[in-house]
Design a protein around this ligand. Sequence first.
Ligand SMILES: [Zn+2]
Length: 218
Amino acid sequence: MSIAYLLGKGSSKPLRYKPNIPLLLVLSIIPDIDIIFDLLTGAQLHRGPSHSVVVAIVAFIPFFIVYRKKAIPYFLALISHSLIGDFFIGGQVQLLWPLSTTQFGLQELGSYYISIFNPINIVLELTLFTIATVVLYKTNDWKVFFTNNKSNLILIIPIFTVLLPTTIGYPFSKPLLTTEPFLAIAHLFYLVLFSIAVLKALLSIYKHRFKPPINSKG
Ligand SMILES: [Zn+2]
């Protein structure tokens, strides 16, 4: 999410465009929707079709046609998940599905395997998380999570597909919070931030729906 945020932010600057931050973050995590899919169906598709760059390009064609250059930050946010995050950490990504089921990653290139729990990954994740949080704060982007914006409801997706399951346990054998508290820091941060945003959006919808008419005389 940090990489996608920084990439989305950086690429939208020359376009003189202010991207939707929650959407960037959601797109960056969308490929991992296969974690919950595997859990519910018993399939083993993780790092498969949803992580394919081919699928991402096809899915983005309509958005490139309609929004042109403005779709770039969102596209980068989506593909950064497979091409940067998962490629270097863990690998085994089917980048070219359905054209090929070959798995790609740093390890597949002949380098050594870096797992999620490898200290290199923990340091990298914490560093990127810190940089992203500083940028989020300095640019006032954090404020978007405290607005009554209905589009913030999309943050329900990362809460229930990735943040909550990994913090509790799945797909790991034990909760991330007990096995790798350092990795859990960022998870908890985003979990709290996103929950506030979703609750605010829900509350504003509720208030809007049940607000009495202004000129009501009872
Ligand atoms: Zn992934």
